[in-house]
Ligand binder design. Structure first.
Ligand code: NI
Length: 151
């Protein structure tokens, strides 16, 4: 189901919208405005607090491979939170610089502090956290709880 909403924009705002669409490659205004509305609503939801159920989070950051013990500290921190880590992508950008993307899933009260701690590590730069409610809501954390012990 969709609804048609008519919006009146002053010329400056319409011009800014057209410039935004040109920069991002949008073909029509409805699509651009939908994305802008979704972005604004997501920010508003974030200001209102984290979702009560599970969330999915993408943490991205860059760091200097030469920073003393940093790679090791990041790895240790992630192992200590293995139950909310889903996947990690690491790329060696050049001889010194790494970029990492960690995908997390779990209760926001666990995911957010962990993500913020990663970003706050000394030597970590350009840290960004994108946290969203998990599609499908709560998720049973049965990994590691129901598995038979390894022989
Ligand atoms: Ni690397």
């Amino acid at each position: 189901m969709t609804q048609r909403v008519t919006v009146t924009l002053d010329d400056d705002t319409a011009g800014a919208l057209d410039a935004f669409m040109a920069r991002r490659g949008y073909a029509n205004r409805s699509e651009a405005m939908r994305d802008l509305i979704h972005g604004g609503l997501a920010r508003a939801a974030e200001e209102a607090g984290d979702p009560p159920g599970d969330c999915v989070a993408v943490v991205s950051f860059a760091y200097d491979h030469d920073e003393r013990e940093l790679g090791r500290r990041l790895l240790d921190t992630q192992h200590a939170h293995h139950e909310i880590g889903v996947a990690t992508l690491h790329a060696h950008l050049d001889a010194h610089h790494c970029v990492e993307v960690a995908l997390l899933r779990g209760p926001a009260r666990e995911v957010r502090p962990f993500a913020e701690a990663l970003i706050a590590e000394r030597g970590v730069r350009l840290g960004r956290l994108n946290l969203m409610p998990a599609p499908g809501g709560a998720h049973r954390h049965d990994r590691g709880h129901t598995a038979e012990p390894m022989a």
